[in-house]
Write a protein of this length. Structure first.
Length: 327
């Protein structure tokens, strides 16, 4: 593999500016409660967190969109929220980051997905989730497909972000992914289902090590089993490439011409892996939209992930930070 030079990386990253990316997926609100632990509760053997501050961030597909904004792109985010206070809080965060909330469909029968994390001394103590993971109704699906077909007309790429919260039904996936193929738009998909049969046609799919093992039916124990699993996935669905993200082991890219590329991690310190997959797929989609070959796009995504895992909480990476990772 040819390692990206700083000059080449700068050129590609410069091409991120104003790219329009449609983000379809499970939009969530991340709530962080920050504090200190000085004692154990007398009521139960649990720490008492003395709250010092709290903060909000976009999670799931919302975090993909936040990463796109940080990298200079213009995301059009499509998802479902409830008719509740958390939906208003989520919309407020969206608008504060300069994004439109017009692609959010209201489903009064389900809550806005909220993940509340309590963090003390730079460590997550507990997480509480409020959500409904039932499939969305046919009416909601129809409205999302209609919106998707309008947005994709001017899109440079599409990101599909599945967090298994009920939005990405087989029917919705079939209709939107077929539309992407019909229009010749690059589609990058971050999966969650154990079976990838509904995740096609796409340009590239980005499972983590565990997801790749479950979907391929091959226990990934070493390089040989990893290659077998990656190639089986590539052969089993209609896609050009599979990028397996492997945590501290980096990434491995499988391309439909048979090439396999191992990309070592560039992370120096790992504080929190929350949302790293969102950063990967956002950077990957932007890189491909900017004209990068698949291997170069994967290297850029790997560098971006190396930045965000060094930050605590749901995080993003800027173009300047990404360029700085290349010597």
């Amino acid at each position: 593999m040819n390692i990206l030079t700083r000059e080449r990386a700068e050129k590609l990253i410069g091409g991120f500016e104003s790219k329009r990316i449609v983000v379809l997926g499970d939009v969530m609100l991340d709530e962080f409660i920050w504090g200190r632990v000085r004692r154990i509760s007398p009521e139960a053997p649990v720490p008492v967190v003395e709250v010092e501050r709290d903060s909000l961030a976009l999670g799931g597909a919302g975090n993909v969109a936040s990463n796109l904004v940080a990298l200079g792109a213009i995301p059009a985010i499509l998802g479902v929220v409830g008719d509740d206070l958390n939906a208003e809080r989520l919309r407020s965060v969206l608008r504060s980051e300069g994004m439109s909330d017009e692609g959010l469909i209201v489903d009064s029968g389900r809550p806005t997905t909220l993940k509340t994390r309590i963090i003390a001394h730079h460590q997550q103590v507990v997480r509480a989730d409020r959500e409904n993971r039932q499939p969305v109704a046919a009416e909601i699906e129809d409205r999302l497909v209609e919106r998707f077909c309008r947005e994709i007309e001017t899109a440079d790429a599409v990101v599909v972000s599945d967090y298994n919260k009920g939005l990405l039904t087989p029917g919705l996936l079939a209709r939107t992914l077929d539309e992407g193929r019909k229009r010749g738009v690059t589609v990058c998909l971050d999966p969650k289902m154990r079976s990838f049969v509904y995740y096609q046609p796409v340009t590239i799919i980005t499972p983590n090590n565990q997801e790749a093992a479950e979907a391929s039916g091959i226990s990934i124990e070493d390089e040989s089993s990893l290659i077998e699993a990656g190639r089986r996935l590539l052969d089993s669905i209609d896609c050009r490439a599979v990028l397996v993200t492997r945590g501290e082991e980096g990434m491995t890219l499988f391309i439909d011409d048979g090439e396999v590329t191992h990309i070592p991690t560039v992370a120096r310190e790992v504080y929190d892996v929350t949302g790293a997959g969102d950063t990967v797929i956002a950077t990957l989609a932007l890189s491909l939209a900017a004209g990068a070959p698949m291997a170069e796009a994967a290297v850029l995504a790997n560098h971006a992930a190396g930045v965000v895992v060094g930050k605590l909480g749901t995080a993003t990476v800027t173009r300047e930070e990404l360029i700085a990772t290349f010597s």
